[in-house]
Design a protein around this ligand. Structure first.
Ligand SMILES: [Ca+2]
Ligand SMILES: [Ca+2]
Ligand SMILES: [Ca+2]
Ligand SMILES: [Ca+2]
Length: 440
């Protein structure tokens, strides 16, 4: 009798603060300085043109074109532009990713060649890049292709911490094979999938190659480049500045940035699926030589190289009034240290200390860590608001005493929504709780 089964949602608002570790002496006591805001404008520590035939010049050349190839031997995002920053001079490193609360992350990059591509300030669906005879194909209604910013993924043993200007593009050799660059490059433009994993978006519009069998998928960039120096649909003049404001309202993107600041290394990839040839499936190439932009790198002597502006607030561990709320967090949300960890300033039933841990706004009833229980027959679905830089663990119990980790799958189907799904046994009655932790 499915209709009689009853599932009760339960929230485990984990209160094991890092401060308890701190009290044991594992954390050094910081200064009580009041300035927790930070602001920086920085050139990349290194930048690199990522193209299979760059033959060692990728890190030193003054110009980085971005374009697509629809040749099945190459990644569709054939030429990408990687930029990396060491961040330790901007803000203290080593805090949990959740402690870097960002208000602005803006990249500015200048165009180093005159009128080589059409300005498109809006996202183009992957469907507009497919072959016109494919069912999912739709026409690209606006001229040109947007310039896009993505996160950076690494493979072949490389990581953001060790990757540098002289690091190899990909595995050595293979230039005569069919696998020159399909899904092999060491650093690549990446997005989060709905499981919260960072995945390669170099071939998301489809790749007719046995080495890349993924179906096409939508990959929404973290920012689209805008300029005031060209009109949409028109050619872009040399020295135009494109700005990219990263979408900080997406907790997955904010989490990526928080982890980068925690680790002290931030990498971003600039990319555009601009046609490198006249004939582009579903595309809007013009003329006969392709239509793609060229960007000034930090080595460029004529034009300004890339610049990244980052503004935010960092929440350090110091809790001078010992109420379980870091001073910086109290000041950010309340302006002073008068709030108490056990208070509930917005009356939403979540203590200020719980809102700190869950990454919710202690001044807003609408912002709270709550579970919603639902799902079709024989399935349980738990959904909740999720915040950047945190880990969520679902547990279940039959009696509210003995808890075990629940078998199910957590996903992030839409912005800011965590959704956990599991099959359930008929005639059982279970309690669930979700624990949220900062990621150290
Ligand atoms: Ca377009
Ligand atoms: Ca405090
Ligand atoms: Ca509250
Ligand atoms: Ca709240």
């Amino acid at each position: 009798m499915l209709g009689l089964r009853r599932f009760v949602g339960w929230i485990w608002r984990e209160c094991r603060l890092p401060f308890s570790l701190w009290a044991l002496g594992l954390w050094s006591v910081g200064s009580s300085a009041t300035a927790q805001e930070f602001q920086t404008a920085s050139s990349p520590t290194f930048d690199k043109w990522m193209y299979p035939f760059e033959f060692g010049t990728g890190g030193t050349r003054p110009v980085a074109p971005t374009f697509a190839s629809f040749d099945p031997r190459f990644d569709t995002r054939d030429a990408q532009f990687l930029m990396g920053w060491k961040t330790e001079s901007w803000v203290q490193v080593g805090l949990p990713a959740s402690r870097y609360i960002l208000s602005k992350v803006r990249l500015s990059v200048s165009v180093s060649a005159d009128q080589t591509f059409i300005y498109d300030p809006t996202f183009d669906s992957y469907r507009t890049y497919l072959e016109t005879n494919e069912i999912a194909w739709t026409r690209d209604e606006d001229g040109g292709r947007p310039v896009e910013i993505f996160g950076t993924g690494f493979r072949n043993g490389l990581t953001a911490e060790i990757y540098a200007s002289e690091s190899p593009y990909g595995p050595v050799g293979g230039f005569t094979s069919d696998t020159i660059s399909v899904g092999t490059r060491n650093a690549f433009a990446a997005v989060y999938d709905t499981q919260g994993s960072l995945i390669d978006t170099s071939n998301h519009v489809g790749q007719r190659n046995a080495n890349w069998t993924n179906a096409p998928f939508e990959a929404v960039p973290w920012a689209v480049g805008l300029t005031g120096q060209a009109t949409p649909g028109a050619l872009v003049p040399v020295n135009s500045i494109f700005t990219f404001d990263l979408d900080l309202s997406d907790p997955l993107i904010a989490g990526y940035l928080g982890r980068a600041l925690s680790a002290g290394t931030l990498d971003l990839v600039l990319s555009s699926l601009s046609p490198a040839q006249q004939v582009t499936p579903g595309g809007t190439g013009f003329g006969g030589l392709g239509s793609y932009p060229q960007w000034s790198t930090r080595e460029n002597l004529l034009f300004n190289g890339p610049l990244l502006e980052v503004e935010g607030t960092v929440i350090r561990d110091t809790d001078s009034d010992a109420d379980g709320l870091p001073d910086d967090w109290e000041r950010l949300f309340f302006g002073d240290l008068s709030a108490a960890g056990t208070g509930d300033a917005d009356g939403d039933g979540l203590l200020n200390q719980e809102e700190f841990i869950a990454g919710t706004d202690p001044r807003s009833v609408k912002s709270a860590f709550r579970l919603t229980l639902g799902g079709p027959p024989l399935q349980t679905e738990l959904s909740f608001q999720f915040a950047p830089g945190r880990r969520y663990v679902v547990e279940q119990s039959e009696d509210l005493f003995r808890w075990i980790r629940a078998a199910g799958q957590l996903s992030y189907p839409s912005r800011g929504v965590g959704l956990w799904k599991a099959d359930v046994q008929p005639a059982s009655s279970l309690f669930y709780r979700v624990r949220v932790d900062e990621i150290r």
